[in-house]
Design a protein around this ligand. Structure first.
Ligand code: HEM
Length: 491
């Protein structure tokens, strides 16, 4: 071999080794499995189900706080209610950073909510939460929009004529339409070509971002250079959505009435105008596009996967479904649309929705957090910027709070008298400063859509309920239900 090549290889190895030593040498990180140079603990982790491999590690040796290396990057894992609560709630400010995801970083340059940090994140998040609250109370409230969509959803399900169908497409349309209605003020027909295009691109992005390949690229960003692969397709779709949002915003600008905002875009445009001379804030078209993009990505697949899981669990447990339908008959009746006020009179249905969310454990390892400064945690020193993974599975499946956590049982959220029972362990939407921005919206969607479906249809399985397998397929970050078919029989 050419001596220059040998020397080059030797020097590269030295450089990589020294980088690795540097990254493992900082702070006094919690213990964990010994990492190999360059690849860290990647061979001990199943990239298709990171949550499960992390649980195995904690059960085996390391206890509730340990470190694993994704490539050369140390990641501190918190397992169990106590550790997760201590970080996300008791020390919320220090643990409020967002862990880095190199795949998303290059294009968005710190814009939006999900992957932003610092002041820009705080301001954009505060604005988004406030806007969702204002729109929730407005002349055409979010509840009105959801009720309208629920009626359309029921009509679409009626068109299946009680024959076997996979509900993925119709449920996906309804939930994507909710976001369209909040952001752009308009809902689309389920056959509208612009809408179908939008949905297809969103689905593709979600699929790519949760693939094991992208997780690998996040661990070894250098791969992005040499194997641009599928993530390039995700970036292409991201650009399409960004352009679409900016086009819509420009159209909105032309008919904007600052005293009467119609939707999220109007509210953002008004804020942009108010803050245009403030150099410290970032209410720009670029930030608007990524904020809306984040709301679409975070707000459609999460709720539609949950609803698909919900219908499957209701098929598997007809005795639970019958009790919910009995409560619907008693409180709402057959003719009027369900509304949010009904929920407080429907403890069993409320418990069922909570149990569905607990049981399916939609985001098993949460989104990655990061510490915003050097943090002393349980006698370890975690340096500023270190990524933190919080196991939501370990909280939602805690066997003291939820006896037999692997069993689907609405009784987990009911007291002896049949009243709804809250639990601090219900961390489906996470907790603390980064907690889901869409929690209130998602809870409304799940209640209104499920009750609207069960009010008008009997769910009929195409196989014996005993043979239904509800085991989720963990797909990168999200647990998705297995594909299935059912019949919606009008009542
Ligand atoms: C069943 C449905 C949903 C579940 C289970 C869910 C769960 C979560 C979780 C676990 C996080 C990460 C929190 C953290 O980092 O600690 C999150 C973040 C987020 N969610 Fe949701 N979510 C749902 C629906 C929605 C909806 C409908 C929206 C639309 C408004 C939304 C918008 C967001 C945003 C913008 C973030 C990022 C927050 C931040 O980084 O500050 N989510 N969600």
């Amino acid at each position: 071999m050419d001596p220059v090549v040998v020397l080059g290889l030797f020097l590269s190895c030295l450089l990589l080794l020294s980088l690795w030593k540097q990254s493992t040498g900082k702070g006094n990180l919690p213990p964990g499995p010994t990492p190999l140079p360059i690849i860290g603990n990647i061979l001990q982790l199943d990239l298709k189900n990171v949550s499960k491999s992390l649980s195995n590690l904690t059960l085996k040796v390391y206890g509730p706080v340990f470190t694993v290396y994704f490539g050369m990057k140390p990641i501190v894992v918190l397992h169990g209610y106590e550790a997760v609560k201590e970080a996300l709630i008791d020390r919320r400010e220090e643990f409020s950073g967002r862990g880095s995801a190199p795949v998303s970083e290059k294009s968005r340059k710190g814009h939006g909510i999900v992957f932003s940090n610092g002041n820009r994140w705080k301001e954009t998040r505060r604005f988004s939460l406030m806007t969702l609250r204002i729109l929730g109370m407005g002349k055409r409230s979010i509840e009105d929009r959801l009720q309208e969509e629920a009626l359309c959803l029921v009509e679409e399900l009626r068109k299946t004529n009680a024959s076997p169908c996979d509900p993925t497409f119709i449920l996906g349309c309804a939930l994507c339409n909710v976001i369209c209605s909040i952001i752009f003020q308009k809902r689309f027909d389920y056959k509208d070509q612009t809408f179908l295009n939008l949905m297809e691109r969103l689905n593709e992005i979600t699929k790519i971002l949760s693939s094991p390949w992208v997780q690998l690229c996040n661990a070894f960003p250098v791969l992005l250079h040499y194997f641009p692969g599928r993530h390039r397709k995700a970036l292409e779709n991201q650009l399409y959505l960004k352009t679409y949002v900016i086009e819509q915003a420009r159209e909105h600008q032309a008919s904007l009435d600052i005293n009467n905002p119609r939707d999220f875009l109007d509210c953002f445009l008004i804020k942009m105008e108010q803050e245009k001379d403030n150099p410290h804030l970032d209410f720009t078209f670029e930030n608007l596009a990524f904020t809306v993009y984040d709301i679409f990505i975070a707000g459609s697949e999460t709720t539609s996967s949950t609803l698909r899981h919900a219908v499957l669990l209701l098929l598997k447990h007809p005795e639970v479904t019958a009790k919910v339908q009995e409560e619907i008959d008693r409180v709402i009746g057959r003719h009027r649309s369900p509304c949010m006020q009904d929920r407080s009179h429907m403890p069993y249905t409320d418990a069922v929705v909570h149990e569905i969310q607990r049981y399916i454990d939609l985001l098993p390892i949460n989104l990655p957090h990061a510490v915003t400064c050097d943090v002393n945690f349980r006698n370890y020193l975690i340096p500023k910027g270190t990524t933190i993974l919080t196991s939501l599975t370990s909280v939602l499946h805690d066997d003291k709070e939820f006896p037999n956590p692997e069993v689907f049982d609405p009784g987990h959220f009911l007291d002896e008298c049949g009243n709804f029972k809250k639990s601090d362990y219900f961390m489906v939407f996470s907790a603390g400063k980064r907690m889901c921005v869409g929690e209130a919206l998602a809870r409304m969607e799940l209640f209104l859509f499920l009750t609207a479906i069960l009010q008008k249809f009997t769910l009929k399985s195409v196989v014996d309920p005993k043979d239904i397998d509800t085991t989720a397929i963990v797909n990168g970050l999200i647990s998705v239900p297995p594909p299935y078919q059912l019949c919606f029989i009008p009542v």
